[in-house]
Design a protein around this ligand. Sequence first.
Ligand SMILES: [Zn+2]
Length: 404
Amino acid sequence: MSPPAANPTQSLWLRIGWLIDGLGGPVQHNVAMAVHDGRIAAIGPDTDAGAAGALDLSRVTVLPALMDAHVHLAFSGTVDPQARSAQLNAAPEAVRAAVARHLRDQWQCGVVAVRDGGDRGGEVLHCKRHCPPPVEQAITVFSPGWAWHAFGRYGTMIGRHPQEGQTLADALAPYLPAIDHLKLLQSGINSLARCGPQGGPQFSGTDLRVAIRAAHAAGKPVMVHANGDIAVRMALEAGCDSIEHGYFMGPDNLRRMADQSVTWVPTAIPMAALAKARGLTQQQKDIARRTLDHQLDQIRQARDLGVPIALGTDAGGQGVHHGHAVRQELRLLMTAGLSLSQAIRCATRNAAHLMGLQDRGALAPGHRADFIAVPGPPDRLPEGLATIQSIHLSGRSCEPTCGL
Ligand SMILES: [Zn+2]
C-alpha cells in the first residue's frame, strides 16, 4: 500500500508494528494505515519501506481508543468508608469537581467514551450540559441523570423512585427529553452474606414494558441493572437494550440475549475488588470470589453463545478506579476465556455500538481515526495499557496528559 496522494495537511500516513482492529480479528503485524480528514481511508500491509513522512509506530501496538460502558463518574473508587459516605452527601460543586477528576483519570488510561449509570443528584448530566471541563471535550459522556428504583428498594445512592400513586413511566416522563439513556434498577446488588441472587424484582413486567416503550418512543435506549434469573428475564421480555451486571442470570437468559442481540455488560471487576478488600471477613471475601468465578463462567458461556458483550467496570464502586479498571476488566474477560482481540472488542466496537457511536470503536475504513498507541508488541497487553504512548482523536495525536 502506498501513501495517499491527498492534501498532506488533511492526510496522515502511519506505519504500525501491530494492529488490533477492535472487531475481534487476529492481531495484524506490519500494517500501514492512511487517515484522511480524521477518518481511516485505508489499511493494508506495510510494503512501502521507504514511505517518507509516515508517522513511525513500527515498534508500537495500535488499537481503537477504549470505552467503558458502565461507570459512575460522580464517585471515586475509594475504599475508605468515611470518604465513601462523604461523596454520597457531597455538595453539587464537589461532585462536579470529582466528575472532572474522574474524566481525567479515564482519559489518561486511553478511555474516550463512557456510559454513566447515574448519581443521586443527576450531577453528571448537569456537568455534561453546563460545565464541560477541557478534557470532557475529548471524552464522549452518556448520562441517564438518575437511576430509577422502586420505593424502599436498592438505588437511593444513585437515583430516584416514583412517588406514591405514580407509575414508573409517569415518574420518568419529564426527564426523558434531557437524558441520553434510561437507567432502571430491577434487582438488588450481590450479597456478601450468601452467594446467589438477592430479593425479588423491583418493578412489575407491565411497569417495565411501559417505561421502556416510552423511552424508546423518545429515542432513548434503556440499560437495566438486573441480577438473577427472574429480574433479567423480565427486563429482556420488556425489551431493554442492555443487561447490566447480570450475575446469576443463568443459561436460559444468556440464550435469550443471544437470540435478541441484547448486549451484556458483566462488570466483573467490582467482585474481584471485594474478593481482596481490606476490612472484609474471610467469609465475605470467599463469597465475593465464588460470585466472581460464577460470573466468569457465565462470560465464557456468553462467548460460546454469541451474546454481544460490552466492557463496563462500574468504576466509582468500592476499589474500582476510573480508567485503571478498564484494563483490569479486560484481564478478567481474558481469564474467562476471551482472546485479547475478543476482550478488546468488548471495550471498543461492542461498547461503541451500545452507545450508538456507529463510526467509532474499530480501526477499519470509514471509521473515525480514534486510537491509542502502546509501546511494544501486544503480548504485554492488557497490563501494558498502563503506559500509553499517545492517544489519537480523529487522527490528531495527544499525550495522555494533554489538556489536564
Ligand atoms: Zn452501576
